[in-house]
Design a protein around this ligand. Structure first.
Ligand code: PMP
Length: 430
């Protein structure tokens, strides 16, 4: 029995109504389940590592709200913080004590961020960081890496990951050619390509933006020396280095990927975990760069709901709960899961590669872990879709794409990991 045939009437009805309302039935493309050929879920409740659909079926969840749910869903401390903040009203339209508190917590954890600004999404954070970089350098071109997803910023949708890769399209319609032409797309993990791009466009590149661990074409760790080369080259060429840590920030540790790899970017973008599941984004970096932002400086950027007190409250509670060694616990859980998946695939004689960095992992349906997006895109998507379906039918919810990371949370205990491995073992054997 598949979830499609089993789909209860409520899910089926909701999905049908959503399809008449929203393009593709969803408010964000990755939710549509198209690349795995299944009917999308309507999820109604989450608690810990579990989510429940509209028909009350329970799943062990590895979507993790696409990143924010590092404590699991509806963590009591986060619920309490948001509830308490809500009693004081929502957006009040002026600086709020909770903004100061979360801002200071982020700055303490990430020393490269001397000043920051909150936005309502990661997309806005990236868009604004690029604006600052262009203003600071007086240059227009931006380097990105194929398979990198930085939100739906016009110029960065070229060869993007996440939903763009899932749809197997090279970019997006509706982006002016002139805008796309300001982006140079290079292969990830290829230092020579970086050197050549700067040599070909001397004095014209404002910034290189990179997911320090690629996580939107499936997980691809940076090759030894790649991030260092990017740091040195951008510095030598008078361009800025922007780390997009919307996924990796507070996921790979309190200092994000920059602490893990010991690289200090000029600007950093954040989102997801810092809002504890509420809408958020942030960008920050060296004080003299951030002081270019209005009203200190000439780069205009604003937001009615920026620094929303409920997002701030959820973020503060989330970061507080992550303190004191909890990342080691998370790393252990993810390693147990990854090692178990490798063993289960071996036992079943399946050629898959499990890539893991911290609590981000991907099972690639190809014999070896990819080094860049071109490699990742050769994975066997049909095999992934079958695997996804087999796990879904056993109550395990993976991100519905070969090209997304599984998000392990602190709520994934031995029981959930065992259940996942048991189901994966059967799925591989089938
Ligand atoms: N950057 C990265 C690395 C992301 O993974 C995402 C979203 N998945 C974004 C930016 C955009 O964030 P948002 O969806 O909040 O706009």
């Amino acid at each position: 029995m598949t979830a499609d045939t089993a789909a209860g009437t409520r899910t089926a009805t909701l999905v049908a109504r959503a399809e008449r309302l929203f393009p593709g039935g969803v408010n964000s493309p990755v939710r549509a389940f198209r690349s795995v050929g299944r009917m999308p879920l309507a999820l109604e409740r989450g608690e810990g590592s579990y989510v429940w659909d509209a028909d009350g079926r329970r799943y062990i969840d590895y979507i993790g709200a696409w990143g924010p749910a590092i404590l699991g869903h509806a963590h009591p401390a986060v619920v309490a913080a948001v509830t308490s903040a809500a009693r004081n009203g929502f957006a009040l339209g002026a600086t709020h004590p909770l903004e100061v508190k979360l801002g200071e917590a982020i700055r303490r954890a990430m020393p490269s961020i001397e000043r920051l600004r909150f936005t309502s999404s990661g997309t806005e954070a990236v868009m604004s960081a690029l604006r600052v970089a262009r203003a600071a350098t007086g240059r227009d071109l931006v380097v990105k890496f194929a398979g990198g997803y930085h939100g739906h910023v016009d110029g960065l949708l070229v060869e993007a990951g996440s939903g763009v890769a899932m749809q197997a399209i090279p970019g997006s319609a509706g982006v002016p050619g002139a805008v796309a032409a300001e982006t140079l797309v290079l292969p990830y993990n290829d230092p020579t390509a970086v050197t050549l791009a700067f040599a070909e466009h001397p004095g014209r590149i404002a910034a290189a933006i990179v997911e320090p661990v690629a996580a939107n074409v499936g997980v691809i760790p940076p090759a030894a020396g790649f991030l260092e080369h990017l740091r040195e080259t951008t510095r030598a060429e008078g361009a800025l280095l922007i780390f997009d840590e919307v996924i990796t920030g507070f996921r790979l540790g309190p200092g994000g990927a920059q602490a893990r790899f010991g690289i200090r970017p000029d600007l950093t973008t954040l989102g997801k975990i810092i809002g504890g599941g509420m809408p958020i984004g942030a960008y920050g970096g060296r004080a003299e760069l951030m002081d270019l932002v209005a009203p200190s400086g000439p780069v205009y950027q604003a937001g009615t709901l920026s620094g929303h007190p409920l997002s701030m409250a959820a973020g503060i509670a989330t970061l507080a709960a992550l303190e004191s060694g909890r990342y080691l616990e998370l790393e252990d859980a993810a390693e147990t899961l990854a090692a178990g998946l490798v063993a289960a695939a071996d036992t079943a004689g399946r050629k898959v590669a499990v890539a893991r960095v911290g609590s981000l992992l991907t099972v690639f349906f190809r014999p070896s872990p990819p080094l860049d997006a071109a490699d990742a895109l050769t994975s066997d998507r049909a095999a992934f879709a079958r695997f996804f379906g087999a796990l879904l039918d056993r109550g395990i919810l993976l991100p519905p794409s070969q090209f997304e990371a599984w998000f392990v949370s602190l709520a994934h205990g031995p029981e959930e990991i065992d259940a996942t491995l048991e189901a994966a073992g059967r799925a591989f054997r089938e």
